[in-house]
Design a protein around this ligand. Sequence first.
Ligand code: SAM
Length: 410
Amino acid sequence: MPPVDVLSAESVVESNTESPLSEPLLAMNQQEVQRPTTGRVMQKPLRLLSGPGASPTVDRVPTRSIRYIGSKARVAAQITTILGSWRGRGRFVDAFCGTGVVGREAADLGWPVVFNDHLVSSVATASAQLIARADVPFQRLGGYEAAVDRLERLEGKPGFLWREYSPASATWGAERRYFTTENAARIDAIRDAITAWQVAGVLSVIEARLLIADLLAAANRVANIAGTYGCFLRHWSSSSLRQLHLGPRPLRLNRARFEATCLDVFGLATEEEDAVYLDPPYTKRQYAAYYHVLETIAEGDAPGVGGITGLRPWEHKASPFCYKTRALEALVSLVTRISARRVLISYSDDAHIKMGDLYSSLSLVGDLRIHELATIGRYRPNEQASAKRAAVSEYLFELHKARSQPSCVQ
Ligand SMILES: C[S@@+](CC[C@H](N)C(=O)[O-])C[C@H]1O[C@@H](n2cnc3c(N)ncnc32)[C@H](O)[C@@H]1O
């Protein structure tokens, strides 16, 4: 098996200590291998409200292990320091929320938060970070822990995930090794049960979203991948052979004010007082394709899938920010259309748009400052990649747009 040619690497924060590089890879799509790093989390001591065995209710929820291309987990605190505390007006709009780590930090500074992403899986994952115990009583199921426990005890029930993303798929065509047959059948059973509870009116929207986020996190922990679902590994990694474990997460003690939408960013409405945070994709990696399996779990559907990786239709979510020729125009057009006057934009010097071009274009829209956030080491897997630059810097563009002039009426 030849080594995988890594095209480039982006910042991926994770706390999984097992190196994804310890296994030979089966490269399917153009894909990257991420460098394992550990996100440092400032955390208050957990406060247990209910009895032993209950998931803790906490003042500040610790960051869960979420591996995601372009996650800002390592710089989220720096970004929100620049944002500052809430002054009683406006919302923090995390318009490309991904894992939601930045919105979560903003909520801890008192901001009402809007999460938006065009991926259902991201919106569920981000929302779950701000859910408080009082938001999810799970009245008809005896509480959150009892609901999770019931799902955890379900027998596997072979369904779509089992058929398409476990070795069972060999019966119908290409063998896909994203999950073991046992874990895939359990994911199917749990996802089915959540849908059945929804249909029976047993769950509120937010309760369903929490359980789906728990299932996404659990599936991610046992997925046989090297960071994204752009390919699966040829050999089973040790984590993928573990049994899927759902487990309740710590929930917030204090309710956060937040909303979540799953819209194309160009359809997202903002208000003048809002602070809008933009963290668009920087490279050609289309998130809808790279996280297609998580998206299918979150949607709970059974789309027509194809190819070696069983890719679901994703082209309708192709992001203009992922095309070198369109990224700058798309970003400037988005910033110009946003009604909010304060816009914060994350960008990197290893991305489609050249920093100088971005600076020149954005400075025409308002007052602009650039903050350097961090320099992130790069994973260098081979000579070709080593020849490239050794580190990537992350920046935050802080833009104050001029107040729009009212037009004169004669
Ligand atoms: C760089 S990631 C955001 C990472 C996030 N800030 C975090 O810390 O996890 C970019 C996100 O933009 C989303 N996205 C890409 N194009 C989009 C679009 N046109 N509308 C809405 N979301 C989009 C992707 O699904 C992805 O989650």
